[in-house]
Design a protein around this ligand. Structure first.
Ligand code: 5AD
Ligand code: SF4
Length: 451
């Protein structure tokens, strides 16, 4: 009897956008196999942890969740547990030994293994361990069950060849492989036909994309032609691969949004060299100047690591100076976390925890002032905002994003005849910015717009 009921799955995702998009693919694959989703986990027969190992904290969060699910499995022996993502890849067999109650280990290059899962457990089931290197990934079209309509992520490349010395990604997601444009185009056109309005191209290092003759600016030019898609974004870019062509594309392509996430990591050339970033701060600054010349008003965000091995007070000051000079719209800053198997984890000069934390706090405090100031400068301007839906904090309000990726919360349109039309997710509305905080702006419809 039990075997005839539709089995339910629940996915717990940790980490970056790449992982969240992989979870959409996992959900898509499982739906094709006859599973249905238990959105809050209630009654799930299959629990999947899609894990992240970029920093130790993320790792630990997952391991504590895994301990909890073990207890649940004791109460419900039929429960199946899968571990996907970067921890799965990194630990592999060792995880099966440590946690024998885990049923499946699925590395990020092996999501397709789920095609073999049986809704009822049989001897025909998929293997327990799927972590082989899989360069075929780029030519696989895995169905994604997307929830965030009208915004869609689209993978254009997988893996990374850069081997920044702190980073575990090349070890878990494998070598860089690019998806052929035809396959990307099919997916993007399909999304447009389904009513998606905004596409974010995803890759660990998107701007090194190349497939045959087509490079990343070429891909963006092609994508700009797709009817129905109104906004295009991409993450994440490596400063070394930010070409003149890409800078030009950002300045000229109508659908390409004026925002770039360009991880600097450190403002010190000594540290950048030890990180194997292969650019100097002067190279980076030069590219930022060109970007700002080509696309005035472009928002620039970055990632910073505090307390990389060997980082002196002077190196840290160089990062602080870089933040003051560039004036980012926002940053993600992290305490350096040694990752097993990476070059930097055995570098000399590991920085004590207390100093790493102090530097992180200094970085965050400085950037908060800059972000607040930059956001304040938008008060009084009119911004094109694409509506996402209800505001998170107040369901009576709406929320959307500017082209520069800033969140704007606002009251529904005061004109009742236009209210429904001007509340629809995916609709672009003009709003006057009336207040600015650190994490969001407040906007309102204004009379000059006919309201
Ligand atoms: N420690 C701290 N931060 C890291 N990142 C990557 N690896 C580490 C690490 N070992 C940060 C980088 C990267 C972002 C995604 O995570 O800043 O750009
Ligand atoms: Fe990691 Fe560097 Fe590749 Fe980014 S570019 S994923 S930081 S190795």
């Amino acid at each position: 009897m039990d075997g005839e009921k539709k089995k339910k799955f629940y996915i717990h995702t940790f980490g970056c956008q790449m992982n969240f998009h992989d979870s959409e693919k996992i959900a898509g694959l499982l739906s094709e196999k006859g599973f249905s989703e238990a959105p809050d986990g209630e009654g799930a027969d299959l629990v999947i942890f899609n894990t992240c190992s970029i920093r130790e904290k993320a790792d630990q969060k997952f391991l504590s969740e895994l301990g909890r699910i073990r207890k649940l499995k004791r109460q419900k022996p039929g429960l199946r547990i899968a571990v996907a993502g970067c921890v799965a890849q990194q630990m592999g067999q060792e995880l099966l030994k440590k946690a024998p109650y885990v049923d499946y280990i699925i590395g990020p290059q092996n999501l397709h293994a789920l095609m073999g899962i049986s809704p009822v457990r049989t001897t025909e089931d998929m293997p327990r361990l799927s972590i082989a290197e899989n360069p075929e990934l780029a030519s696989m079209e895995l169905p994604a069950a997307r929830k965030k309509k009208p915004f869609a992520w689209v993978s254009i490349m997988y893996g990374c060849d850069n081997f920044c010395t702190y980073c575990i990604v090349p070890h878990t997601r494998g070598r860089e492989v690019c998806r052929p444009w035809e396959s990307i185009r099919r997916e993007a056109e399909g999304l447009a036909a389904e009513g998606f309005k905004e596409i974010t191209f995803l890759g660990q290092n998107v701007n090194s994309y190349r497939s045959g003759e087509l490079d990343f600016p070429g891909l963006l030019e092609q994508a700009d032609l797709i009817d129905g898609i109104e906004r295009i974004r991409f993450v994440t870019s490596h400063p070394r691969d930010l070409s003149e062509g890409l800078i030009r594309a950002i300045g000229t392509l109508g659908k390409l949004c004026e925002h770039i996430h360009l991880p600097l990591q450190s403002g010190s050339d000594t540290i950048l060299a030890r990180m194997n970033r292969r650019y100097s701060f002067a190279d980076y600054r030069d590219k930022i100047e060109k970007l700002r010349r080509q696309a005035p008003g472009i928002a620039i965000t970055t990632d910073i690591i505090a307390g990389f091995p060997g980082e002196t007070d002077n190196d840290h000051e160089a990062t602080m100076d870089a933040l003051k000079e560039i004036e980012y719209d926002g940053i993600f800053a992290f305490i350096y976390s040694p990752r097993p198997g990476t070059a930097a984890s055995i570098f000399e000069g590991q920085v004590p925890d207390s100093i790493r934390k102090r530097r992180l706090n200094e970085i965050l405090a400085l950037q908060n002032d800059i972000t607040a100031r930059k956001n304040m400068s938008l008060v009084g301007t009119v911004q094109e905002v694409m509506i996402e839906g209800q505001s998170e904090k107040n369901a009576a309000r709406l929320s959307g994003r500017t082209r520069t990726n800033k969140i704007v919360n606002f009251d529904p349109c005061p004109d009742s005849r236009k209210r429904i039309e001007k509340s629809a997710p995916g609709k672009v509305v003009n709003l006057k910015i009336i207040r600015a905080g650190l994490h969001s702006l407040d906007g309102r419809f204004f009379t000059e717009d006919g309201i």
